[in-house]
Design a protein around this ligand. Structure first.
Ligand code: SF4
Ligand code: SF4
Ligand code: FES
Length: 352
């Protein structure tokens, strides 16, 4: 069904909208009517009571949860519920928002264990609302974004050309820009940073984290950027600590394919420009190409060399648990997949 909401605002929905819904869509500018809060929140009706358990910060003691109730209004967002609580029950509640429309990225919180934008997420009958993880909490739901901003500044995400500007229009193809242009959709909300388990390990790794990497990719994956500059910045990313778990992608409100179109292309760039960073991944590919299987003991030897002998108790534990098999390694046992694995990796230009 097609609707005309005014100049330049046409929408199409799978099911016809009731006159009231259409009027509200017009008023709120929700052109994506299939994605309206009303459509997403069918379990609530006007006047139902919402329960909010909000994590409050106490600089003197430990943080705790406080419970509030708010009346449900049609198309209510998490932000509307927070606003209701702040206006009626807890005037000292600290939370952040600015645009109210998924543009500025400032309102991200965790709702029922998942990172969401408060201004975009439909309310649930019962909600536990907490600040983002992996960033210091300033107060209640407000986190300090300084660690992210420092890392982004360190990575210098701007274009420096290796040659003179050729003049407008620049010859750029869609294929060359497809990864960088996905990264440009980022609204710096930090949902991915909060969801990343490797960032959760703190100083155990030097991983920059998904949000700084997406900012970096905006220019690093742009063909106009000097590759020497990219090489220097890549050294500061610790990118091979990413375990490709896709948690960041699952929560990204901008739907950026963070792993496949940002982190994997950056890893490939790092393997080409800073091969010493990719020692583990290059060794793994060489083993898979040669043997058609992952061989953990061969991988240990390739990456750590004779240092493995310095940690014999650990190697013994792995042996007892069946994690490594030196016999298979020493006799270079291959599987019948070896030929195919080698061909595929060579075809992708990823064979060592
Ligand atoms: S895929 Fe990588 S960056 Fe994304 S959450 Fe997992 S470890 Fe973090
Ligand atoms: S990549 Fe997505 S989740 Fe991460 S900061 Fe950008 S918009 Fe937010
Ligand atoms: S308030 Fe700007 S994205 Fe939510």
């Amino acid at each position: 069904m097609k609707y005309d909401l005014g100049p330049g605002r046409k929408i199409e929905t799978a099911v016809p909208l009731a006159p009231m819904d259409l009027e509200q869509a017009r008023r709120l500018g929700q052109a994506e009517c299939q994605d309206t809060l009303a459509a997403r929140n069918t379990r609530l009706t006007e006047g139902d009571v919402l329960t909010l358990r909000i994590k409050r910060f106490d600089p003197e003691g430990s943080a705790g949860y406080q419970e509030y109730r708010a009346p449900y209004r049609k198309w209510m967002r998490v932000l509307d519920a927070l606003n209701w609580v702040a206006e009626n029950d807890a005037s000292d509640l600290a939370y952040r928002w600015f645009c109210g429309s998924k543009m500025c990225g400032t309102c991200a919180v965790r709702m029922n264990g998942r990172e969401v934008l408060a201004c975009w997420e439909a309310v649930e009958p019962e909600m536990t609302i907490e600040p983002l993880r992996n960033l210091p909490v300033i107060r209640d739901l407000v986190v300090d974004r300084a660690p992210f901003e420092r890392k982004v500044a360190e990575l210098e995400p701007w274009i420096e050309r290796p040659s003179r500007y050729p003049g407008f229009p620049e010859p750029l193809s869609h294929r060359e820009m497809k990864n960088a242009s996905k990264a440009l959709d980022c609204i710096a909300c930090m949902c991915c940073y909060s969801a990343c388990p490797v960032i959760g390990l703190g100083d155990l790794t030097d991983f920059a984290g998904p949000a700084p990497l997406v900012q970096f990719a905006q220019t690093a994956l742009d063909p106009r950027t000097d590759q020497e500059k990219v090489r220097k910045s890549l050294k500061l990313t610790g990118i091979f600590n990413c375990v490709s778990c896709y948690k960041c992608e699952e929560v990204c409100p901008a739907n950026i394919p963070i792993v496949s179109m940002v982190i994997e292309p950056l890893k490939a760039r790092a393997a080409a420009l800073v091969p010493e960073m990719a020692k583990h991944s290059l060794a793994l590919r060489a083993i898979v190409a040669a043997r058609g299987r992952v061989d953990p003991s061969a991988l240990m030897f390739r990456v750590q060399g004779l240092r493995v002998l310095g940690n014999l108790p650990r190697a013994l534990r792995l042996l007892l648990r069946g994690k490594i098999d030196p016999i298979k390694t020493l006799f270079r046992r291959t599987t019948e997949a070896a030929g195919a694995a080698s061909r595929i990796l060579r075809k992708q230009g990823r064979a060592p």
